[in-house]
Design a protein around this ligand. Structure first.
Ligand SMILES: Nc1ncnc2c1ncn2[C@@H]1O[C@H](COP(=O)(O)OP(=O)(O)OP(=O)(O)O)[C@@H](O)[C@H]1O
Length: 348
């Protein structure tokens, strides 16, 4: 049996904020524990509003940040294996990043094809410039660009969308196992976003490559995802096959996110503005979403939910689908039913 592509084992990342004396800790990623199967290429979207921990998680997958607790494994190998200097090139051959802003990915003073040549030569994909040109021509073609239209040009001679396609081409050069794309379309005109995201779908099969697609924009995740991981204040609140989650969201927060889909291009954080709650929510005793949840009962405020496996393809961090029952809480502690169960929809 193929190893899982990714395993997140009780993964947490804490940051210290504030001064030495009055400082506090924020748990940006909080005990995340799930796996992404590896037998065929997948696109897993990590979705959630601003500040939920998506970028922190992406940085840990890319080894740009070390976990505070827990570990990530890729194809069964802990990422700590790649910390050794002699294994770092192997990591770059296996995992490639695409960042949000293509204009800061490429220096304004450097021709963009220089980056492509460097990647091909440094990662041993090509032995010389001539071989590199063949590889570069192929990857550019895969993202819909001609070598002759790219070579010798500077970043400011391209649109944001073109430049992001060049970033994707560069990431493809070592034929990686995984590409981690953190908000890759956030800086691109709304009308061009789907072009870029649809490329992931095409490249997934063409290059047998997996994608972790990080976005606050569920409307694009909706079309490309095989798996969806929804995050809220550092917690993984729902995870599973995209078609399961999209047709049958189990967490009230995921439901709200799905309701926002028709409003393509709207950033959730623009309407879900509750910044004063943020630090309180991170430190809450119970479910971090309880203060905003139309279904919350006392148990949600007092007790942390644990992951409930609804079926083999779908899990949720919520008491509601289990009818507010948890094995570890005695019936005396269970709270009385609240109101009508008819959600007054939160405005997002
Ligand atoms: N280096 C850091 N030091 C302190 N706090 C941090 C640091 N990086 C992230 N955080 C905090 O961790 C939380 C999660 O941040 P993160 O950037 O991972 O969220 P996000 O979901 O990617 O948000 P966005 O979509 O706005 O980038 C936030 O409260 C953020 O302020």
């Amino acid at each position: 049996m193929a190893a899982n592509l990714l395993e997140f084992n009780h993964l947490s990342k804490q940051f210290k904020i504030g001064g030495m004396l009055l400082g506090t800790k924020i748990t940006a990623v909080d005990g995340i524990h799930f796996t992404l199967p590896g037998e065929k290429p997948q696109i897993m979207s990590i979705v959630g509003e601003s500040g939920c921990g998506k970028t922190t998680l992406a940085k840990m997958i890319l080894r740009l940040l070390d976990p505070s607790f827990g570990e990530i494994r890729i194809d069964g190998t802990p990422l700590s294996f790649y910390a050794k200097r002699r294994n770092q090139k192997a990591f770059l051959k296996k995992v490639q990043p695409i960042f949000q802003n293509p204009f800061s990915t490429f220096s304004a003073r450097k021709m963009v094809d220089t980056y492509l040549y460097e990647t091909a030569l440094n990662l041993d994909v090509a032995a010389n410039k001539q071989e590199a040109k063949v590889v570069i021509t192929e990857v550019l073609k895969s993202v819909g660009l001609e070598y002759s239209n790219v070579a010798g040009k500077y970043p400011n001679q391209f649109s944001g969308g073109e430049l992001q396609r060049i970033s994707i081409a560069r990431a493809l050069i070592p034929k990686p196992r995984l590409i981690v794309a953190d908000e890759p379309v956030a800086m691109i005109d709304a009308s061009l976003r789907m072009n870029v995201v649809n490329l992931f779908k095409k490249l997934k099969d063409e290059y047998n490559v997996n994608f972790v697609y990080i976005t606050h924009d569920l409307s694009t995740a909706y079309y490309v995802s095989d798996y969806i991981a929804a995050m809220y204040r550092g917690n993984l609140i729902e995870y599973g096959l995209a078609k399961e989650i999209l047709s049958n969201p189990a967490h009230p927060y995921t439901e709200l996110l799905l309701e926002s889909i028709p409003r393509v291009g709207k950033k959730w954080e623009e309407e879900m503005a509750l910044p004063d709650l943020e630090s309180k929510e991170y430190a809450m005793a119970g479910c971090k979403f309880a203060a905003r949840c139309a279904f919350a009962r006392d148990i949600c405020r007092s007790t942390k939910p644990s992951m409930l496996h609804l079926n083999s393809d779908h899990q949720v961090l919520c008491f509601k689908p289990s009818n507010y029952e948890i094995p570890t809480v005695s019936t005396q502690n269970r709270s009385p039913e609240s109101a009508d169960g008819n959600p007054s929809r939160l405005k997002i």
